[in-house]
Write a protein that binds this ligand. Sequence first.
Ligand code: LHQ
Length: 259
Amino acid sequence: TVLSAFADGVLTLTLNRPDKLNAFNEEMHLVLRAGFERAHADASVRAVLLTGAGRGFCAGQDLGDRDPRKGGAPPDLGRTIELFYNPLIRLIRILEKPVICAVNGVAAGAGANIALACDITLAARSARFIQAFAKIGLVPDSGGTWSLPRLLGEARAKALALTAEPLDAETAASWGLIWKAVDDAALLDEAKALATKLAAGPTKGLGMTKRAIQAAATNSLDEQLELERDLQREAGRSTDYAEGVAAFLEKRKPEFRGQ
Ligand code: LHQ
């Protein structure tokens, strides 16, 4: 359900249920989570690249998994969220390493919001982002009600969530929802090159940069200035900082070890 490949410090996780546009079932959740847990635990992993196999990125929850026509009590969607989606979003955000997302095709429902939870999201020009929840009477999840207004402001966030209209990749980029839209044929190469470059970077400093930017969502300026001081103190003690400065002075490329 999820393909995993490791090269040059990059752990590539490819959602792989292409006939369902990579919609999530429980197994796919568990395998994807195991991938992100590996990224946490394994120091040789210095960046993660998330993408999808086939023509879609991810169509959100597999709606065939809980067919209401089969009768019985309504499913507890809160439980599904608590057990599967929320832990995934937290793992992506807490991971102190860059997470790059290559949205290769349609990203709908939870699939769209998982893409938005990643640190740098690129999308194929043909990709679409759809807050599909409203079409089936649900509420945006996987952090969508948090990330959409932050990235877009309330006006665009509400319009997307209430109408479930698809947003094309170019517009998503021009609105600041994602980093950029690239030609379909170039997407994976470009995302891989970016992930590989970041994986060769000063991982500790990059991880703390991610943490600081995320903390700004709830911090005052004073709290943020203090956080920057503390993180800079820690970064200043890293071997990658010493290497970065030495390389600059010696006019050569730095060789970062991620420490
Ligand atoms: C699918 C799906 C899918 C199953 C395409 N499931 N098969 C959290 C907690 C618990 C429960 C509920 O939800 C959540 C969070 C959520 O994510 S809710 C939102 C769930 N997702 C959606 O509502 C999106 C549903 N899919 C679509 O609207 C369309 O498939 C999109 C717009 C994504 C793509 O449209 P097309 O390019 O026209 O492709 P298609 O509709 O023909 O889909 C291709 C196949 O994939 C098709 O199967 P088939 O056997 O007919 O070829 C679809 O049934 C299947 N598929 N999404 N979520």
